[in-house]
Design a protein around this ligand. Structure first.
Ligand SMILES: [Zn+2]
Ligand SMILES: [Zn+2]
Length: 212
């Protein structure tokens, strides 16, 4: 399916700054996530999620590998966040985002092109990162041009895009029910509480009683 995109949303200086503040350092992977996210939102014709039910993001990054920062750019741009529960990680060790619009059941998967990622990996920024230099200690001259390129380069060279119709969407309602755990006295959402001999317990206290 060919992708129709009249105008791509530009990443403004303000958005980049704010996203870098949220993320914690300057790197090329976070802005790559911003770019992929805006591209996906532009193709779907959707705005940033305000609540948990509006968009769903699936990121394919895994744990402890280069460019995982991609996911923070996705969170910042899409509004799909850990707290709202509308982002999930499908840990495949890949640099791809699938964005789903639950209203239309349309989805788009944006994945970073191999050649482009390979080229980035061979740059001084990653050479130094490989040697254990943390990103916040790197000379801005190693990272600023890379960021500028990630933010402005023609997306066709950066990403492959696939679109989906009728993407499977599961609806979940938000719970406002909670109980007090009989042992630790902390609040626990009812759906997560367990009953033992007539007492409602959080799962931690439940396990403690069962294993003692
Ligand atoms: Zn980063
Ligand atoms: Zn408890």
């Amino acid at each position: 399916m060919s992708v129709q995109l009249d105008k791509e949303t530009e990443i403004t200086e303000d958005e980049l700054r704010a996203a870098q503040y949220f993320h914690g350092h300057k790197c090329p992977a976070m802005p790559q996530g911003l770019r992929a996210a805006h591209l996906a939102m532009d193709i779907l014709g959707v705005k940033r999620a305000r609540g948990g039910g509006e968009l769903k993001a699936i990121v394919e990054i895994g744990d402890h590998h280069f460019s995982g920062c991609f996911a923070d750019g996705v969170q910042f741009a899409t509004g799909c966040t850990f707290g709202k529960g509308n982002i999930v990680k499908d840990p495949l060790g890949k640099f791809a985002l699938t964005l789903v619009d639950p209203k239309t059941k349309k989805a788009v998967r944006v994945s970073a092109k191999y050649d482009r990622m390979k080229m980035c990996l061979e740059m001084p920024f990653f050479e130094k990162r490989k040697r254990g230099v943390p990103p916040f200690e790197l000379d801005p001259k190693d990272v600023d041009p890379l960021i500028e390129d990630v933010v402005t380069h023609d997306w066709h060279d950066m990403f492959d895009v696939r679109t989906f119709e009728n993407y499977p969407v599961t609806k979940a309602t938000e719970s406002f029910n909670a109980v007090q755990c009989a042992d630790c006295n902390e609040m626990v959402v009812t759906e997560y509480a367990k009953e033992l001999h007539g007492h409602l317990l959080c799962q931690t206290c439940f396990s403690a009683r069962v294993h003692r």
